[in-house]
Ligand binder design. Structure first.
Ligand code: GLP
Length: 262
Protein backbone atom coordinates (compact mmCIF):
# COMPACT_ATOMS: atom_id res chain seq x y z
CA UNK A 1 0.00 0.00 0.00
CA UNK A 2 1.24 3.49 -0.82
CA UNK A 3 0.55 6.30 1.63
CA UNK A 4 0.98 9.67 -0.06
CA UNK A 5 1.00 12.59 2.34
CA UNK A 6 0.37 16.15 1.18
CA UNK A 7 0.53 19.32 3.28
CA UNK A 8 -3.16 20.07 2.79
CA UNK A 9 -6.45 18.82 1.37
CA UNK A 10 -6.23 20.87 -1.85
CA UNK A 11 -2.88 19.40 -2.80
CA UNK A 12 -3.96 15.88 -1.86
CA UNK A 13 -7.09 16.26 -4.02
CA UNK A 14 -5.14 17.68 -6.94
CA UNK A 15 -2.67 14.81 -6.80
CA UNK A 16 -5.44 12.21 -6.73
CA UNK A 17 -7.38 13.90 -9.55
CA UNK A 18 -4.27 14.12 -11.73
CA UNK A 19 -3.39 10.51 -11.01
CA UNK A 20 -6.86 9.23 -11.93
CA UNK A 21 -7.07 11.51 -14.98
CA UNK A 22 -3.74 10.05 -16.12
CA UNK A 23 -5.15 6.54 -15.75
CA UNK A 24 -8.29 7.45 -17.72
CA UNK A 25 -6.31 9.23 -20.44
CA UNK A 26 -3.89 6.34 -20.82
CA UNK A 27 -6.79 3.96 -21.54
CA UNK A 28 -6.74 4.54 -25.28
CA UNK A 29 -8.07 1.16 -26.40
CA UNK A 30 -11.65 0.41 -27.30
CA UNK A 31 -12.26 -0.96 -23.83
CA UNK A 32 -14.09 1.48 -21.52
CA UNK A 33 -12.48 2.68 -18.30
CA UNK A 34 -14.58 1.44 -15.37
CA UNK A 35 -14.38 3.81 -12.42
CA UNK A 36 -15.82 3.27 -8.94
CA UNK A 37 -16.86 6.47 -7.16
CA UNK A 38 -17.74 7.62 -3.64
CA UNK A 39 -19.82 10.43 -2.17
CA UNK A 40 -19.18 12.41 1.02
CA UNK A 41 -17.13 15.55 1.54
CA UNK A 42 -13.75 13.84 1.01
CA UNK A 43 -13.95 13.45 -2.81
CA UNK A 44 -15.33 16.96 -3.45
CA UNK A 45 -11.89 18.45 -4.12
CA UNK A 46 -11.19 15.67 -6.64
CA UNK A 47 -14.55 16.21 -8.35
CA UNK A 48 -13.84 19.96 -8.61
CA UNK A 49 -10.50 19.14 -10.25
CA UNK A 50 -12.17 16.67 -12.67
CA UNK A 51 -14.66 19.37 -13.73
CA UNK A 52 -11.84 21.91 -14.16
CA UNK A 53 -9.76 19.48 -16.24
CA UNK A 54 -12.80 18.64 -18.34
CA UNK A 55 -13.59 22.34 -18.98
CA UNK A 56 -9.96 22.90 -19.99
CA UNK A 57 -10.25 20.04 -22.50
CA UNK A 58 -7.75 17.85 -20.63
CA UNK A 59 -10.12 15.09 -19.52
CA UNK A 60 -13.07 13.39 -21.17
CA UNK A 61 -15.43 10.88 -19.57
CA UNK A 62 -16.86 9.68 -22.91
CA UNK A 63 -15.09 6.35 -22.50
CA UNK A 64 -15.76 6.05 -18.76
CA UNK A 65 -18.37 3.86 -17.03
CA UNK A 66 -19.02 4.67 -13.38
CA UNK A 67 -20.30 2.62 -10.45
CA UNK A 68 -21.06 4.45 -7.24
CA UNK A 69 -20.37 2.84 -3.91
CA UNK A 70 -23.65 3.23 -2.13
CA UNK A 71 -27.05 4.86 -1.71
CA UNK A 72 -29.41 5.46 1.19
CA UNK A 73 -32.50 3.26 1.28
CA UNK A 74 -35.70 5.28 1.02
CA UNK A 75 -34.34 8.41 -0.66
CA UNK A 76 -35.43 8.98 -4.27
CA UNK A 77 -32.88 10.29 -6.78
CA UNK A 78 -34.56 13.72 -6.57
CA UNK A 79 -33.91 14.01 -2.80
CA UNK A 80 -31.14 16.58 -2.22
CA UNK A 81 -29.39 14.25 0.25
CA UNK A 82 -29.54 11.18 -1.96
CA UNK A 83 -26.23 10.09 -3.42
CA UNK A 84 -27.81 10.21 -6.89
CA UNK A 85 -28.46 13.92 -6.39
CA UNK A 86 -25.00 14.49 -4.90
CA UNK A 87 -23.29 12.90 -7.89
CA UNK A 88 -25.31 14.84 -10.45
CA UNK A 89 -24.72 18.15 -8.64
CA UNK A 90 -21.05 17.69 -7.90
CA UNK A 91 -19.81 15.81 -10.95
CA UNK A 92 -22.02 14.28 -13.61
CA UNK A 93 -23.88 17.48 -14.61
CA UNK A 94 -20.56 19.16 -15.36
CA UNK A 95 -18.76 16.53 -17.43
CA UNK A 96 -19.33 14.67 -20.70
CA UNK A 97 -20.28 11.25 -19.34
CA UNK A 98 -23.15 9.51 -21.13
CA UNK A 99 -26.08 9.11 -18.74
CA UNK A 100 -26.46 5.41 -19.57
CA UNK A 101 -22.88 4.86 -18.41
CA UNK A 102 -23.63 6.05 -14.85
CA UNK A 103 -24.55 3.31 -12.35
CA UNK A 104 -25.83 4.08 -8.87
CA UNK A 105 -27.70 1.66 -6.62
CA UNK A 106 -31.41 2.45 -6.45
CA UNK A 107 -32.34 3.15 -2.83
CA UNK A 108 -36.03 2.96 -3.82
CA UNK A 109 -35.76 -0.50 -5.41
CA UNK A 110 -38.78 -2.66 -4.54
CA UNK A 111 -36.54 -5.70 -4.31
CA UNK A 112 -33.29 -4.43 -2.74
CA UNK A 113 -31.57 -7.83 -2.67
CA UNK A 114 -32.23 -8.23 -6.38
CA UNK A 115 -30.97 -4.68 -6.99
CA UNK A 116 -27.69 -5.61 -5.24
CA UNK A 117 -27.31 -8.83 -7.20
CA UNK A 118 -27.94 -7.02 -10.50
CA UNK A 119 -25.38 -4.37 -9.53
CA UNK A 120 -22.67 -6.98 -9.03
CA UNK A 121 -23.65 -8.51 -12.38
CA UNK A 122 -23.48 -5.12 -14.09
CA UNK A 123 -19.96 -4.57 -12.73
CA UNK A 124 -18.90 -7.99 -14.01
CA UNK A 125 -20.51 -7.34 -17.40
CA UNK A 126 -18.28 -4.26 -17.77
CA UNK A 127 -15.21 -6.38 -17.08
CA UNK A 128 -14.82 -5.36 -13.41
CA UNK A 129 -13.80 -2.06 -11.89
CA UNK A 130 -10.44 -0.73 -13.05
CA UNK A 131 -10.02 1.86 -10.30
CA UNK A 132 -12.19 2.35 -7.23
CA UNK A 133 -11.91 5.80 -5.69
CA UNK A 134 -13.12 5.95 -2.09
CA UNK A 135 -13.24 7.91 1.13
CA UNK A 136 -13.17 6.64 4.69
CA UNK A 137 -15.59 7.08 7.59
CA UNK A 138 -14.24 8.21 10.96
CA UNK A 139 -14.66 4.62 12.18
CA UNK A 140 -12.55 3.33 9.30
CA UNK A 141 -15.41 2.19 7.10
CA UNK A 142 -15.28 2.01 3.33
CA UNK A 143 -18.55 2.71 1.43
CA UNK A 144 -21.11 1.72 4.11
CA UNK A 145 -19.18 -1.33 5.32
CA UNK A 146 -19.45 -0.51 8.98
CA UNK A 147 -17.23 -2.06 11.68
CA UNK A 148 -17.71 -5.81 11.82
CA UNK A 149 -18.65 -6.12 8.14
CA UNK A 150 -17.36 -9.21 6.43
CA UNK A 151 -14.18 -8.47 4.54
CA UNK A 152 -15.50 -10.84 1.86
CA UNK A 153 -18.86 -9.03 1.56
CA UNK A 154 -20.59 -8.21 -1.71
CA UNK A 155 -23.19 -5.57 -2.54
CA UNK A 156 -26.02 -5.72 0.01
CA UNK A 157 -28.15 -3.88 2.57
CA UNK A 158 -26.36 -2.48 5.63
CA UNK A 159 -27.58 -0.77 8.78
CA UNK A 160 -25.71 2.42 9.62
CA UNK A 161 -24.00 2.85 12.97
CA UNK A 162 -24.74 5.71 15.37
CA UNK A 163 -21.27 7.11 14.62
CA UNK A 164 -21.97 7.24 10.88
CA UNK A 165 -25.42 8.74 11.38
CA UNK A 166 -23.95 11.39 13.69
CA UNK A 167 -21.20 12.15 11.13
CA UNK A 168 -23.71 12.44 8.29
CA UNK A 169 -26.26 14.46 10.32
CA UNK A 170 -24.56 17.63 8.99
CA UNK A 171 -26.33 16.93 5.67
CA UNK A 172 -29.72 16.40 7.40
CA UNK A 173 -30.28 19.67 9.32
CA UNK A 174 -27.81 18.47 11.96
CA UNK A 175 -30.25 15.79 13.14
CA UNK A 176 -28.97 12.23 13.13
CA UNK A 177 -32.57 10.98 13.52
CA UNK A 178 -33.20 12.25 9.97
CA UNK A 179 -30.36 10.18 8.48
CA UNK A 180 -31.70 7.01 6.84
CA UNK A 181 -31.04 3.94 8.97
CA UNK A 182 -30.11 1.63 6.11
CA UNK A 183 -28.27 1.80 2.83
CA UNK A 184 -27.35 -0.31 -0.17
CA UNK A 185 -23.59 -0.60 -0.46
CA UNK A 186 -20.94 -2.42 -2.40
CA UNK A 187 -19.14 -4.93 -0.21
CA UNK A 188 -15.54 -4.93 0.94
CA UNK A 189 -15.03 -7.81 -1.48
CA UNK A 190 -16.48 -5.72 -4.32
CA UNK A 191 -13.95 -2.96 -3.61
CA UNK A 192 -11.13 -5.48 -3.26
CA UNK A 193 -11.93 -6.90 -6.70
CA UNK A 194 -11.10 -3.55 -8.33
CA UNK A 195 -7.74 -3.69 -10.06
CA UNK A 196 -6.70 -0.54 -8.21
CA UNK A 197 -8.04 1.34 -5.19
CA UNK A 198 -7.37 5.01 -4.38
CA UNK A 199 -8.62 6.44 -1.09
CA UNK A 200 -8.68 10.12 -0.13
CA UNK A 201 -8.49 10.88 3.59
CA UNK A 202 -8.39 14.32 5.15
CA UNK A 203 -8.74 16.03 8.49
CA UNK A 204 -8.08 15.23 12.12
CA UNK A 205 -11.42 13.46 12.51
CA UNK A 206 -10.00 10.63 10.38
CA UNK A 207 -6.64 10.37 12.20
CA UNK A 208 -7.63 7.61 14.63
CA UNK A 209 -8.99 5.45 11.81
CA UNK A 210 -6.02 6.12 9.54
CA UNK A 211 -3.70 4.90 12.28
CA UNK A 212 -5.67 1.67 12.64
CA UNK A 213 -5.79 1.13 8.87
CA UNK A 214 -2.09 1.80 8.28
CA UNK A 215 -0.36 0.67 11.47
CA UNK A 216 -2.59 -2.10 12.82
CA UNK A 217 -3.39 -5.45 11.21
CA UNK A 218 -6.23 -6.36 8.86
CA UNK A 219 -9.34 -6.18 11.03
CA UNK A 220 -13.06 -6.20 10.27
CA UNK A 221 -13.57 -3.47 12.91
CA UNK A 222 -11.74 -1.04 10.58
CA UNK A 223 -12.95 -2.29 7.24
CA UNK A 224 -10.61 -0.12 5.16
CA UNK A 225 -7.71 -2.11 6.64
CA UNK A 226 -8.62 -4.62 3.89
CA UNK A 227 -6.37 -2.47 1.69
CA UNK A 228 -3.36 -4.15 3.25
CA UNK A 229 -4.35 -7.23 1.23
CA UNK A 230 -4.86 -5.34 -2.04
CA UNK A 231 -2.13 -5.63 -4.68
CA UNK A 232 -2.47 -2.00 -5.81
CA UNK A 233 -3.79 0.42 -3.22
CA UNK A 234 -3.03 4.07 -2.55
CA UNK A 235 -4.15 6.26 0.34
CA UNK A 236 -3.72 9.96 -0.39
CA UNK A 237 -4.05 12.14 2.69
CA UNK A 238 -3.33 15.52 4.20
CA UNK A 239 -1.03 16.16 7.15
CA UNK A 240 -3.95 16.57 9.55
CA UNK A 241 -5.09 13.01 8.94
CA UNK A 242 -1.64 11.71 9.93
CA UNK A 243 -1.87 13.19 13.42
CA UNK A 244 -2.17 9.79 15.15
CA UNK A 245 0.46 8.01 13.05
CA UNK A 246 3.89 7.39 14.54
CA UNK A 247 6.51 9.95 13.53
CA UNK A 248 8.49 7.03 12.11
CA UNK A 249 5.55 5.86 9.98
CA UNK A 250 5.08 9.30 8.44
CA UNK A 251 8.80 9.64 7.79
CA UNK A 252 8.95 6.16 6.26
CA UNK A 253 6.16 6.76 3.74
CA UNK A 254 7.43 10.25 2.87
CA UNK A 255 10.90 8.82 2.25
CA UNK A 256 9.67 6.09 -0.07
CA UNK A 257 7.50 8.50 -2.04
CA UNK A 258 10.50 10.76 -2.70
CA UNK A 259 11.87 8.01 -4.91
CA UNK A 260 8.57 6.57 -6.18
CA UNK A 261 8.55 5.62 -9.84
CA UNK A 262 4.90 6.43 -10.55
C1 GLP B 1 -20.30 7.84 4.16
C2 GLP B 1 -20.07 7.22 2.79
C3 GLP B 1 -18.62 6.86 2.59
C4 GLP B 1 -17.73 8.03 2.92
C5 GLP B 1 -17.95 8.41 4.36
C6 GLP B 1 -17.08 9.57 4.79
O1 GLP B 1 -20.38 6.88 5.14
N1 GLP B 1 -20.88 6.08 2.60
O2 GLP B 1 -18.43 6.44 1.25
O3 GLP B 1 -16.38 7.69 2.70
O4 GLP B 1 -19.32 8.80 4.51
O5 GLP B 1 -17.67 10.78 4.45
P1 GLP B 1 -16.90 12.14 4.40
O6 GLP B 1 -16.05 12.09 3.20
O7 GLP B 1 -17.97 13.18 4.28
O8 GLP B 1 -16.13 12.25 5.65
Amino acid sequence: MRLIIHPDYERASRWAANYIAGRINSCRDAKPFVLGLPTGSSPLGIYREFVKMHKEGKLSFKNVRTFNMDEYIGLPASHPQSYHYFMMENLFNHIDIERQHIHILDGMAKEPEKECKLYEEAISAEGGIELFLGGMGSDGHIAFNEPGSSLASRTRIKTLTEETKAANARFFDGESSKVPVTALTVGVGTVMDAREVVIIVNGRSKARALRAVVEEGVNHMWTLSCLQMHPKAIIVCDEDATEELKVGTVKYFKDIEKNAVS
